[in-house]
Write a protein that binds this ligand. Structure first.
Ligand SMILES: Nc1ncnc2c1ncn2[C@@H]1O[C@H](COP(=O)(O)OP(=O)(O)OP(=O)(O)O)[C@@H](O)[C@H]1O
Length: 237
């Protein structure tokens, strides 16, 4: 399977502190990779480095065969940040039409994206009047407009009810099946089992990198939360 991201010795300094300490990893096309770890461990920083908006990045970081941040990558990466970056006073459709113009994507991408995130019934509603979960789905729809080959999702399911979380994970799965490389961050360990691969992170370094089954086996644990704790305690080498 193709790697959409390859990183070696990835380091990032924020302020005066190094927050990512020489990471080696890859992300594959056609898989959902979960980036899991506690608040402040560096998940957002890693994602910012992937999409090329993070300063003071050293080491090697290649995305779709080009250095992260290269202008040619812009239409090929969908990035959904923790704060929905859509216009509150526009409708769902108006927002997406605007972003198709920015991205140079075809008009037909609007209805496809609305369908993918299941917002057909709300397409003419002003974003301000949507629920939190619906708003985050508008952000996801915007990220899908350019038909990205890599989708970078920073805690996309925070604050969503279980039904919506289930639906969104279904969408991530469908995108991966279509060949997209999907990386999803979360600090909720119970989302781990939905991923093909996990990068377990703590304090800017990886504790483990593998499938949920491999990590549980390595840590002799029944679930990822206990595996994480065992790895933190250094019980597993
Ligand atoms: N602008 C900044 N200047 C200095 N340090 C920063 C800056 N932004 C973040 N940091 C620090 O970098 C570290 C990693 O932050 P980051 O946002 O990547 O973590 P995270 O794992 O995404 O957290 P969360 O799950 O809470 O979003 C934290 O210790 C944070 O305090």
């Amino acid at each position: 399977m193709n790697n959409v991201v390859e990183a070696s010795g990835l380091r990032v300094v924020r302020g005066k502190r190094e927050v990512l300490h020489g990471l080696d990893f890859s992300i594959r096309a056609g898989e959902v990779t979960g980036l899991l770890g506690p608040s402040g461990c560096g998940k957002t920083t890693l994602m910012r480095a992937l999409v090329g908006v993070q300063a003071k990045v050293t080491g090697s970081l290649t995305v779709l065969g080009r250095p992260a941040g290269a202008a040619a990558l812009r239409p090929k990466i969908g990035y959904v940040t923790q704060e929905a970056s859509v216009y509150e006073d526009l409708t769902v459709t108006e927002n997406l039409k605007f972003f198709t113009r920015v991205l140079g994507a075809p008009r037909s991408a609007v209805s496809d994206a609305i369908e993918t995130v299941d917002l057909i019934d709300h397409k003419d509603q002003v974003v301000r009047d949507l629920s939190g979960g619906q708003r985050s789905r508008v952000g996801l729809a915007a990220a899908l407009l350019g038909s990205p080959e890599l989708l970078v999702l920073d805690e996309p399911t925070v604050g969503l009810d279980p039904v919506l979380r289930e639906q969104l994970w279904g969408t991530f799965r469908d995108l991966a099946t279509a060949g997209v490389g999907v990386i999803v961050s979360s600090h909720v360990m119970d989302e781990a089992e939905r991923c093909d691969r996990l990068l377990l992170m703590r304090d800017g370094a990886f504790l483990a990198d593998g499938s949920p089954a491999e990590i549980k086996q390595k840590a002799s644990a029944d679930d990822i939360e206990h595996a994480f704790l065992a790895l933190v305690r250094g019980a597993v080498r």
